[in-house]
Design a protein around this ligand. Sequence first.
Ligand SMILES: Cc1cc2nc3c(=O)[nH]c(=O)nc-3n(C[C@H](O)[C@H](O)[C@H](O)COP(=O)(O)OP(=O)(O)OC[C@H]3O[C@@H](n4cnc5c(N)ncnc54)[C@H](O)[C@@H]3O)c2cc1C
Length: 387
Amino acid sequence: MKDAHFLVVGAGIGGLTAAAALQRAGARVTVFEQAPELKEIGAGVIITPQAMHAFDYLGIADRVAAEAGPAECYHSQDYATGEILLRGPSSEEFRTRFGAGFHQCHRADLHSALADAAAAGGNYTLHLGHRFVGATQEGGRVTATFANGLRYEADALIGCDGNASLVRTSTFGSEPVKYTEQVAYRAVLDFDRVPKALLDAPYSYFVGPGRMLLFYPLRNRKLMNVIGIAHEPDWQEEGWIIPATRDEFVRLYQDFHPAVLALLGALPEDAIFKWALRDREPLSAWTQGRITMLGDAAHPMTPFLGQGACLAIEDGIVLARAVDQASTVGEAFALYEGARKQRTTTVQLASRDRGRDLQGRKTGKAGPGQNAESMGLFAYNPATVPL
Ligand SMILES: Cc1cc2nc3c(=O)[nH]c(=O)nc-3n(C[C@H](O)[C@H](O)[C@H](O)COP(=O)(O)OP(=O)(O)OC[C@H]3O[C@@H](n4cnc5c(N)ncnc54)[C@H](O)[C@@H]3O)c2cc1C
């Protein structure tokens, strides 16, 4: 498989991880991104120990940790009284238990670190403004077609094009999508605008009846990332950058603790976005011949366990190791899919259950319920897991 040429569709977190790791395995990589420039949205993402192992493997763990700043401990609080119900372990404790800690990262910083790692591989080409529309396979080659009319041929193609993947629908057909009746809101504000009452527990999760609110600092406490998920039976639009107003966000949390309302009241009006959460069934296969998928394209999931990016990162490393070990594309993709399917399906289904659990909550006293740590997801290293 040395010198095999891969087309990677989508330069998101999963696609760039795969691009960097595949070059380590001796492959040539051409990445296609529909956006005209390489950038991520201004929001946070929590990187847990398994993904920090992946960053160690790619040589970017120190950069990611330094840009994020000291990791904050997780808290769960009663939505109405603010009583602290649970104080999570520190990143140091995780390092002792799992060999790596966790970090609250700005998505743009993570994305830049991965883009630099991919570019540094030396066997990499990036095409921006290329929207994938379809692929054909013939004579041991795959040809991808883009909306601008251009076509590219290689040994294999990896769909890393996210939740609404066209690689998935063009290869496997479209699958039923269920609206969960939940809408997520997100915003980022300057840390110095955060109400003082929240500073003792700046990484905190408030679960109220049918709603949750999570916030955590980014970039050495320069910014605060805020995410709310609330019940909304009618509105169904999917997409990451649909503007929302401060009033509609605040209105949904009227019965939450006054400090939470003060936080929402301090959000800048032009930096609030929302999107409807949709759920899809796990796929029975991710691979057809010389085409496979990773990340949200392969296992789209609701965000209730906050593990989608970490799983996409794990996928990229495991896929590249499978390519390194195998002698054909078919063997590599079978090894990859075999190593990843059970874990990602478990998380997909558990995330759905957790969403239902949160939606059915009548009180804020019950604690956060099942989470990624209690499921044992952090005791995994994609760089060493047997394939
Ligand atoms: C509220 C919320 C909070 C989250 N928090 C966390 C968290 O704390 N930790 C965590 O691990 N995960 C988290 N996630 C999940 C995580 O953000 C996603 O799972 C992750 O971004 C998936 O990565 P990806 O590379 O598969 O897809 P994406 O990041 O969606 O990247 C896909 C890329 O493909 C491109 N693309 C799409 N279609 C085409 C096409 N046809 N042609 C060419 N390019 C295309 C897109 O422009 C994009 O650049 C969260 C998600 C949400 C919604």
